[in-house]
Unconditional design. Structure first.
Length: 335
């Protein structure tokens, strides 16, 4: 992989920043595209990408994937591969703002595909989601399963992205791989996601909102395993492919809370809330295809991954606290 150029959209996000760091460590030239939108504090994304910004082989382009001129500029490096991670995130917010989600997640993907077809040697990796499977009965989710019943606009638009990718492969012969990510966690995780949100609340001794009875389960996937899967897909992107990337070891919300309590050394105050629209009962990735064709083997046991996340979180909280005190001393913020 060294000496290749990779374009990463959503480069300052959780997964994108980890992928950029990994590619740079291997000697790749990396162009990161990100618009630092307001879904969550852009300062978090600036911290995510800080390490890459100090690297001579990294270029950051600030702009929107819907902007044809910005996208054209991002492709000027003639990338060998684009990893399209940029998206308006979140299942529940997509119910409140479906038109915005459609504009960013569908039109934005279309804009990238349109530009990519002008660069025949560039491979296209599309980040999809386990949410496309909808609300299913028990059992592992296979790539061959029906995905005709999404229960959120976010899920429907990720499925639309997959279909657009297949269309461009069929018409233009583009090399495209779609990856269905199963709940990724670890250092730099978005602050709105359950593990990050719960950990902060437990740390502060505040109530943790658990929707439903806590038996909903997610196939939590540690960030290092996910980045490994993405890079394997990049190396083997020929023709058309679709893979699940997960752990295949679902964890209930109740077990998640208990694992966080153990890692933090604190008891959680649980606030039971009604189940929310758009939430699926469980997710579980069948990894047979990814194991066979990519050699993908997730290695991080959940409690180990949570321990690493908690160590990172406490360091972040200390850094943020120190920064706040420094600003107070300088008169930069009100007390």
């Amino acid at each position: 992989m060294p000496n290749r150029c990779v374009l990463v959209t959503g480069a300052a996000g959780f997964i994108g920043s980890h992928l950029c760091d990994a590619l740079l460590r291997d000697g790749c030239e990396v162009v990161g595209l990100d618009n630092f939108d307001d879904f969550y504090d852009s300062a978090i994304k600036r911290r995510n990408i800080a390490g890459a910004l100090g690297h001579s082989q990294f270029q950051l382009i600030e702009g929107d994937i819907r902007d044809a001129a910005v996208v054209c500029d991002a492709f000027s490096c003639e990338p060998d591969c684009i990893v399209h991670l940029a998206a308006r995130a979140g299942v529940r917010p997509s119910i409140e703002q479906p038109l915005l989600y459609c504009e960013v997640n569908v039109r934005g993907t279309m804009q990238l595909l349109e530009e990519c077809r002008n660069h025949p040697s560039c491979k296209f990796i599309f980040a999809s989601s386990s949410s496309v499977y909808g609300d299913r009965a028990g059992g592992a989710f296979r790539e061959s399963d029906s995905v005709d019943n999404p229960i959120s606009p976010y899920a429907a638009m990720k499925r639309a992205g997959e279909l657009l990718c297949h269309t461009y492969h069929s018409i233009h012969g583009m090399n495209i791989t779609c990856l269905r990510f199963f709940t990724v966690y670890g250092p730099r995780q978005r602050p709105d996601l359950a593990i990050h949100k719960f950990a902060r609340l437990i740390e502060r001794g505040e109530p943790v909102p658990v929707f439903g009875n806590g038996t909903m389960a997610r196939d939590f996937t540690y960030i290092d395993d996910m980045v490994d899967g993405v890079r394997r897909a990049m190396d083997r992107c020929e023709g058309w492919h679709l893979y699940n990337l997960g752990e295949s070891r679902p964890v209930t919300v109740n077990s998640l809370v208990a694992t966080l309590e153990c890692a933090l050394g604190k008891r959680a105050i649980v606030n039971r809330c009604p189940r929310q629209a758009g939430d699926v009962t469980h997710t579980c990735a069948d990894l047979t295809l990814a194991q066979r064709e990519l050699g993908y083997e997730p290695m991080t046991e959940f409690s180990i991954g949570i321990g690493r996340f908690v160590s990172w979180l406490r360091h972040e909280l200390c850094e943020t606290h120190a920064d706040r005190h420094e600003l107070l001393a300088l008169g930069g913020i009100a007390s």
